[in-house]
Structure formats: structure tokens, C-alpha cells
Design a binder for this molecule. Structure first.
Ligand SMILES: [Zn+2]
Ligand SMILES: [Zn+2]
Length: 227
């Protein structure tokens, strides 16, 4: 996790320095959730990203496109100084009753996308430059099913984009269809298993009976013709 955080910090520095080399910006990772009320000069920017999880108790894997990443941004124009506090919200394993909130794992490409969106937001919000566009993170595996709010840390705190219908700052409505915590292993299994047709045992018995009667009738007919 610590190593991952260094990646976020370094990548953010690279991007913001490219755009604003004479200004000081810093990104820190917040263990505590950000305050609900915003102080003057602060703004909040939220994204829903794709990430993978692993349960620390049963080692089960799953993925979600509804991983909440929240940025609390403070910008002082006078000092030309900006501070971004990042909070990443975890998810719990749905199979383990006492599972903790696990930390999501993002790919390098998805970290890049989230940070590009953040820098675009900062330029628009703090410098009134350009227009804010958002590139969604790459959903690496097909996900199905609704968002598992019960096991989502952001939902528990009432700040998940999914639970704040209408208040979301992101326009990523298309994520809602991918917002699931589908198990990776179950997905792989369903991909490898041939389609099975489940027949009722009663129907099977009836079919066997019919087949038997038809065969007997054919034999009787054949014997009658021969004789
Ligand atoms: Zn588990
Ligand atoms: Zn949620």
C-alpha cells in the first residue's frame, strides 16, 4: 500500500509540474475521511474507478468499477500553493462476516487516468483554464450485477457516488451498469464451463417412458409384418 501511495504522489507531481511548473502542489493520502462541510477555498472531486480486491481472510478475488476515490483540494492563489488530500475507499469480502475493508489495487494505466482527470479538474477549478473532461478508467473484465453497497466503505459513509444520486460530480453514469463486486474466480468459471441445460427429473423419466413405449410399438409392428 505504501509503495502504491508513492506511485500516486509521484505521478501527480509529474502531471501538475508539467502544467504549473512555478506552483507548489502536494498530494497526501488521508486515512481519515474528509470533512463533510467544505472550508472556503476548498473543493471536493470524486471519481469512480475500476480496481481489484483480495480478501485478507479467505484470499478470494473480486473486482469493482465502483471504487470511490475522493480528492479534497485546497488552493491558495496568494501563496501559489495547492494541497490535495486523497481518500481511497475499500470494499469488504461478501463471503467473510468479519472481513475488514480491503485496499483496492489499481493498474498503472488506471492510476494515470484518475490523475489526468484530477489535474484537468484542478486546472479548470483553480485556474479557470480549459474545460474539465473525464476519461473513465479501463474496466478490465466484464462485470455484471448491481453495486454491492453493503460491503462498500464509501456507501457506509454516505459518500459513494452511487448512493448520492443526483449529487455526483462525475458524469460517469455508464459505470452504473458495471458497478458490481463480481468474483473473479466465479467469472472465470462461468467462462470455461459449457452451458448446462437443467432438466427436471420428472420430465426426464417421462421422456424415457415415451421412448420405451415407442420402441416396443415398433418391435410389435415389425414382428406383425414379418409374420
Ligand atoms: Zn473473504
Ligand atoms: Zn458504494
Amino acid at each position: 500500500m505504501e509503495k502504491d501511495m508513492e506511485v500516486w504522489k509521484e505521478e501527480f507531481q509529474k502531471r501538475i509540474q508539467e502544467k504549473k511548473p512555478w506552483h507548489t502542489w502536494a498530494l497526501s493520502v488521508d486515512k481519515e475521511p474528509p470533512p463533510h462541510t467544505l472550508l472556503p477555498g476548498c473543493s471536493q472531486y470524486q471519481q469512480c474507478a475500476f480496481a481489484r480486491f483480495q480478501c485478507s481472510l479467505c484470499s478470494r478475488h473480486w473486482a469493482s468499477a465502483q471504487v470511490c476515490v475522493l480528492f479534497h483540494i485546497h488552493w491558495s492563489q496568494q501563496e501559489r500553493k495547492g494541497q490535495v488530500q486523497m481518500s481511497i475507499f475499500g470494499q469488504k469480502c461478501r463471503k467473510c462476516p468479519r472481513a475488514p475493508f480491503e485496499v483496492p489495487e489499481f493498474t498503472g494505466e488506471n492510476i494515470s487516468r484518475v490523475l489526468n482527470n484530477l489535474v484537468s479538474y484542478i486546472l479548470k477549478r483553480c485556474y479557470r483554464e480549459g474545460f474539465h473532461s473525464e476519461l473513465p478508467t479501463i474496466v478490465e473484465i466484464p462485470l455484471e450485477g448491481p453495486h454491492d453497497s453493503v460491503n462498500c466503505e464509501a456507501c457506509a459513509q454516505g459518500i459513494c457516488a452511487k448512493s448520492r444520486t443526483g449529487l455526483s460530480k462525475t458524469d460517469n453514469d455508464e459505470f452504473s451498469q458495471y458497478g458490481s463486486h463480481t468474483s473473479l474466480t466465479s467469472l472465470f468459471h462461468s467462462a470455461q464451463m459449457p452451458t448446462q441445460i437443467n432438466l427436471d427429473p420428472k420430465v426426464c423419466g417421462l421422456l424415457v417412458c415415451c421412448l420405451f413405449i415407442i420402441i416396443v410399438v415398433i418391435i410389435i409392428l415389425a414382428l406383425t409384418v414379418w409374420s
